[in-house]
Each structure stands twice: as structure tokens, then as C-alpha cells.
Design a protein around this ligand. Structure first.
Ligand SMILES: Nc1nc2c(c(=O)[nH]1)N[C@H]1C(S)=C(S)[C@@H](COP(=O)(O)O)O[C@H]1N2
Ligand SMILES: [Mo]
Length: 423
């Protein structure tokens, strides 16, 4: 496509009109055949000369083989062994906001276990009037709710503290997924057991060898935490905690206990491994922040990005990305193409929803020159996503977790992009 217009709106209209004409096989198409023709238009193709697969060929569908590179990936030097490890969502290749379970990042400390519904038990004990054990079938009889929430590992972007490191948004920001969960409010089950007045926290743990125990304050437990058994309409996948996981909206992924087996009502926090030596944020002076549960507002451009270069040359370009906040809803996203000197307000595909991913777009006329692409999220608490330098000033360089800084992609005239830092 060649577009030589200066007016952005006019050129986009022209582009769309051209595409429509070609599709309808009118002037544009016959012009093509006159110059030798495009066999994809002029010839009857192989796939039109025989029948396709029958409806019995795909009882449960997988993506078509041409999409075979839209998969989870890991970072070799991070993955000494695959049992206690992490892989990343291919967010550079997805659009919209819902993450398919099949490519949603996984993080487990002792591998993904296979736990059948028949063998599933959930215990509620500790400071309750009546300790209870639920089977999976018991859970199915409680009133349930549907909610879309993001789950972000606290370590997402954690490798980028000291400098631009991983060359792809899948690796820098892919420890996140966003699904529609079906589940029972934890509140319902706690009320069933009857929380004693001294019960101010819950300690939640999983059935896997690591157990991944975490303490959650009672206010949160009684607020929006879900005991979930479906994601995106179907059963949780094994790797996401089949048959039941905890959903802790807006809070770090580590608290979203998979294969949930026990909820103990306690007076105080347990100070487990996962909330002391891990998932605390060590500052410059050696002291550590703890109880940093909520994921602060963050955003990133998913395309163009290193794994999603521009292939079409100058002209209309769709810049897109994701924004989210664990403290409420995204209200606005700004995009800069010059490394943060000038900002334009991006278009939100839908108004921001609480603790869920928001898709943004900025449709520009690319002049073919280099760009330093950034995005900046605002949430409904008034919080604005910080630059890397602003974050380092407060948090130093000792942290792994809770890096929500503004990301920069250096897009070159050939359309390739690279992870860089701007200061
Ligand atoms: N039982 C159990 N729950 C767990 C974990 C685990 O290893 N075991 N990993 C936690 C971590 S660190 C994260 S980030 C999320 C990841 O959820 P996912 O694997 O569905 O992406 O699960 C959390 N829940
Ligand atoms: Mo995590």
C-alpha cells in the first residue's frame, strides 16, 4: 500500500476504501489480473477443490498449525529446571484482553499436579465455629459468580530492574494472564464455617508438594476473593490449579493458590516462606517492604515490539498494548513515540474494568523514522505509572518484585524493535 497523504483521517479512509474495493473484486482486483494476476485471486485453489475436515475431526480444537508460534516460552537462564519454574504468555501475539488458558503463563514451585475432582477436598479450619470439609460436588451447590481478573506474578518485569535485558514483551511482561473466572466468594464458605471474632487473617495453601502457603488479611478474604473452578467458561487447566484455585483480584499472583486444599482462619499472619524470604521487596538500605500485595498500575506496548516488528513499511500503523491496575480500574493510557517527550492519549477498546486487563490502541501515520515507544497508565485512584528512574529512586536496585515502570521499545526504520532504556 502506498499512502502519500498528509491528513491522517483522509489517508485511513482511502486505505479502507481501497481494501474494500479489492475484496469486492472490482477495479482493484481486475487491475491486478491485468498485470499478470494474483493466483490467489485468479486460480481455483487446492482448498476449494476438495472438502475440508468433517465435524468429527476436532472434538476439542487446537489453534491452526499456522499459529504454532503463539505459545508459552521460557527464558533459558531463568529455567534451571522446569519443575520449579516459570513460562511466559505470548502477549505480543494476542489481542483483546482474554488470555486463552492454553498459552497463559504458568508458575509453579513443585510442578503441576494431577488432582481428580473425586479426590478433591477443601478444608476450612482454625478460628471458626465449625471446621468444614467440602468436596468438589459440595462446592458446585453454592451460588457462584463470574468475574474477569488479571493475575500477574509479582516477579513480572523483575529482570529489568538493572537495565533493559530481555528482548521481547513476552519475556519482560508475559507473567500475566486475564481470564473470566467462575467461582464462589470465599466469604460464602467462611460464613458457612463461622469466623470467630479473633479471626483476622486466613492462611491459604495448595495440595501440591510446595503448598505455596500465604496469609491474607480477613478484609480481603471477605471482600472479592473467589474459590474458582472455571476459567474462560471451561474447567481450569491442570497447570492453573485444576480443579479449584484461589483468585485474589488485583493482588500478586503468588497469593492465587492453585489446587486449593485448606483455608485456616488465624489471628495473625503466618510469616511463611512465600511472604518473608520471598515476595518481599529489599530496598537500597537492605530493609525490606512486606505485604506489598496489590499490583500497581502498569502498561506496555505489545505491538510493535521486538517479537512483533513492523513488516509493512510507513503509513497507517496500529500501536497496541495492555494496561492494568490492582488498585481499581484503568482510566487512561498515554502513548509516546519519542521516548516520553510528547504523549498522546490512546483509545481504550473498552472502559477500564476493575482488576482486569484493558486493551489500548493508538492509530498513527508512521513516517518510517525511528520511534521510542512508551505507554503510561493512569488508574482511578489518580496514580500514574512511573518511569524506570522514578521507580529506582524509591526502590533502589535490590528488588525483584513489583517492577511497574514504563517500558521503552526502540523501533528502527526497518521496523525491527529492541528493548532499550531511556534516561
Ligand atoms: N499451590 C500452588 N499455588 C500457586 C503456585 C504454586 O507453585 N503452587 N504458584 C504461585 C505463583 S508464584 C503464581 S505467579 C501463580 C501463577 O498462576 P498460573 O500458574 O495459573 O499462571 O500461582 C500461584 N499459586
Ligand atoms: Mo509468582
Amino acid at each position: 500500500m502506498t499512502v502519500g497523504f498528509t491528513d491522517k483521517k483522509a489517508s485511513r479512509r482511502q486505505f479502507l476504501a481501497g481494501a474494500a474495493a479489492a475484496g469486492a473484486g472490482t477495479v482493484a482486483a481486475s487491475a491486478a489480473s491485468a498485470t499478470g494476476g494474483d493466483p490467489l485471486i485468479t486460480e481455483i485453489q487446492e482448498w476449494a477443490q476438495a472438502t475440508g475436515d468433517g465435524v468429527d475431526a476436532t472434538p476439542y480444537g487446537m489453534p491452526i498449525r499456522f499459529e504454532g508460534d503463539v505459545v508459552r516460552r521460557n527464558v533459558e537462564w531463568l529455567t534451571a529446571d522446569t519443575i520449579s519454574s516459570i513460562n511466559f504468555t505470548p502477549i505480543h501475539a494476542l489481542d483483546g484482553t482474554i488470555t486463552p488458558q492454553g498459552c497463559a503463563f504458568e508458575r509453579h514451585h513443585s510442578g503441576a499436579i494431577e488432582l481428580a475432582k473425586e479426590d478433591y477436598r477443601l478444608m476450612i479450619n482454625g478460628l471458626v465455629d465449625q471446621p468444614l470439609v467440602f468436596t468438589y460436588e459440595d462446592l458446585e451447590r453454592f451460588p457462584r459468580e463470574n468475574h474477569v481478573y488479571f493475575c500477574e506474578c509479582a516477579a513480572n518485569t523483575g529482570m529489568e530492574w538493572a537495565g533493559a535485558q530481555l528482548n521481547g514483551v513476552q519475556f519482560t511482561h508475559g507473567m500475566i494472564h486475564n481470564m473470566e473466572y467462575t467461582g464462589i466468594p470465599l466469604r460464602t464458605l467462611l460464613n458457612e464455617a463461622g469466623v470467630k471474632t479473633e479471626g483476622k487473617w486466613v492462611f491459604v495453601e495448595g495440595a501440591d508438594a510446595s503448598s505455596n502457603g500465604r496469609s491474607i488479611p480477613m478484609d480481603k478474604a471477605l471482600d472479592d476473593v473467589l474459590v474458582a473452578f472455571k476459567a474462560n467458561g471451561e474447567a481450569l487447566r491442570k497447570e492453573h490449579g485444576y480443579p479449584v484455585r484461589l483468585v485474589v483480584p488485583g493482588w500478586e499472583g503468588n497469593m492465587w493458590v492453585k489446587w486449593l486444599r485448606r483455608v485456616e482462619v488465624t489471628e495473625g499472619p503466618v510469616d511463611s516462606r512465600e511472604e518473608t524470604s520471598k515476595y518481599t521487596d529489599t530496598l537500597e538500605d537492605g530493609t525490606s517492604r512486606r505485604y506489598t500485595w496489590a499490583m500497581d498500575a502498569k502498561s506496555v506496548v505489545t505491538s510493535p515490539s521486538p517479537q512483533s516488528p513492523i513488516r509493512h513499511g510507513k503509513g497507517p500503523l496500529v500501536i497496541t498494548g495492555l494496561a492494568w491496575t490492582g488498585n481499581g480500574a484503568i482510566t487512561r493510557v498515554d502513548v509516546s513515540i519519542d521516548g516520553g517527550k510528547n504523549w498522546q492519549e490512546a483509545r481504550l477498546a473498552k472502559p477500564g474494568e476493575k482488576m482486569a486487563l484493558t486493551r489500548f490502541y493508538l492509530d498513527i501515520e508512521w513516517d518510517g523514522g525511528e520511534m521510542f515507544l512508551q505507554s503510561r497508565a493512569h488508574d482511578d485512584t489518580g496514580y500514574v505509572q512511573p518511569t524506570k528512574d522514578q521507580l529506582r529512586e524509591v526502590r533502589g536496585l535490590n528488588s525483584i518484585y513489583h517492577n511497574n515502570c514504563i517500558q521503552t521499545w526502540w523501533v528502527k526504520p526497518n521496523g525491527e524493535a529492541e528493548n532499550v532504556e531511556i534516561s
